[in-house]
Design a protein around this ligand. Structure first.
Ligand SMILES: C[S@@+](CC[C@H](N)C(=O)[O-])C[C@H]1O[C@@H](n2cnc3c(N)ncnc32)[C@H](O)[C@@H]1O
Length: 226
């Protein structure tokens, strides 16, 4: 008989999420939210933990991909009786964060941008993943992040989920470049290290790699001053 608790045990999920520390690891993806077949999608538990901690009323995700954050908020509103308002956009649905303002102001904005051009989402020149030059990618990401910062209410928080990338023996520390934007993006409040599981790159024989494989990403949280 299997006595393991189901992953969808709401109480346990919420307790674990709100007890989050600066290191998180979710070996088995929670299937309640988003689409696990969407490349580069994220497990919703880290986002859930931050929402439970900050208790925002107005939440936005301008690169929502398969809609993981949208689903988490709908689930919270349904199971907790919260009334969190949510707005999500994505280039695939016509919202270009590089060029368009967010539709209002928010207490909490989550941004999970492409990992440079590791996964190419489209050939649209506005797509950050279509930018092959790393320096240009960082500059365009900066425009997107500053736009998010501009849409925060005073005291609001911006959480950015980013992963570093290695290309042809050269390490591109995206998280360093994002953290160096402190000041433009408010005050740095938290850096969370998230273990990565079930990536396509896991299928590569690590023993043959010259460098240490990257198996983590970061969630960096900034706060806008009051
Ligand atoms: C890493 S995915 C987000 C995955 C999402 N968190 C999920 O769980 O499904 C990055 C997303 O950024 C979007 N994107 C890329 N450039 C964009 C832009 N200029 N404006 C808005 N969205 C953009 C892509 O279409 C893609 O869906």
């Amino acid at each position: 008989m299997n006595h393991a608790k189901p992953l969808a045990d709401n109480g346990t999920l919420k307790e674990r999420a709100s007890a989050m520390t600066s290191i998180v690891s979710y070996p088995k993806r929670c299937s309640l939210w988003g689409d696990s077949s969407f490349r580069g999608n994220c497990d919703g538990r880290l986002f859930l933990g931050l929402v439970l901690k900050y208790r925002p009323e107005l939440v936005a995700d301008p690169m929502m991909g398969s809609g993981t954050t949208r689903d988490v908020i709908a689930w919270l509103n349904r199971t907790e009786g919260t009334r969190i308002q949510y707005w999500g956009g994505d280039l695939s649905g016509g919202f270009n964060l590089h060029a368009h303002e967010l539709p209002g102001r928010f207490n909490f904005i989550w941004l999970h941008p492409p990992y440079w051009n590791i996964i190419r989402y489209s050939d649209d020149p506005a797509d950050l993943s279509a930018c092959d030059d790393y320096g240009h990618f960082v500059e365009r990401l900066r425009v997107c992040l500053k736009r998010c910062y501009g849409a925060l209410t005073p005291g609001g928080r911006l959480a950015v989920l980013v992963g570093d990338v290695r290309r042809r023996g050269s390490y591109k520390p995206i998280v360093r470049d994002v953290m160096n934007m402190e000041g433009e993006l408010g005050r740095l409040r938290s850096v969370i290290i998230k273990a990565q599981h079930n990536c396509r790159s896991d299928r590569i024989a690590y023993s043959r790699m010259e460098d240490v494989p990257i198996q983590h990403e970061y969630c960096v949280v900034f706060q806008r001053d009051r």
